[in-house]
Structures are given as structure tokens and as C-alpha cells.
Design a protein around this ligand. Structure first.
Ligand SMILES: [Zn+2]
Length: 87
């Protein structure tokens, strides 16, 4: 048994399960093998900015596989914008 939670955001790792502040805005996709991926609202917006559209299932898989590699991790990553997007 592992302790991996399937309700964590695939990008930033924050819990998105029912009852959390991230639950209402999270984006969920279900893969053919039954794997369920969740993307929190913040990361979903970053993904839209990154892809130029709403992330589809394949994009979600890519985010899950590469994580912060897409620069979606948020926080103090610093994309050089220097501007706070508040929130
Ligand atoms: Zn997230």
C-alpha cells in the first residue's frame, strides 16, 4: 500500500478532494486505464495560459508526467514576469 493520494493536483500536489478550497475549481479527467487526474483551479488557469486552451486529457497526462517541467507549479518559480497575479 502506498500513501499516494489520488486527489492531489497533478501539477502542484495540493489536495483537491471534497471539502478543500480547491475542490470547486478543480478539473478532473479520467484515463482509459481508470486513472483519475486532478488539476486545481490555479494550475488549470496556468495550463490554459501555457497551452492557449483548456487542457485536454492528453495535456493533463503530460502535466502529470512532467509536473513542474511545464512551469505550472506556481509558487516562487519565477517566470520572470515579476508581477503578482494575486489570489
Ligand atoms: Zn495545482
Amino acid at each position: 500500500m502506498t500513501s499516494t493520494s489520488s486527489d492531489d493536483c497533478i501539477s502542484c500536489g495540493r489536495a483537491t478532494q471534497s471539502g478543500t478550497s480547491l475542490f470547486s475549481d478543480r478539473r478532473t479527467t479520467r484515463l482509459e486505464d481508470g486513472t483519475v487526474l486532478h488539476l486545481c483551479g490555479d494550475c488549470n488557469e496556468r495550463a490554459i495560459s501555457h497551452f492557449g486552451r483548456r487542457p485536454g486529457q492528453r495535456d493533463m497526462v503530460q502535466i502529470a508526467a512532467r509536473g513542474a517541467g511545464l512551469g505550472l507549479g506556481g509558487g516562487h518559480g519565477g517566470m520572470g514576469a515579476g508581477g503578482g497575479q494575486g489570489g
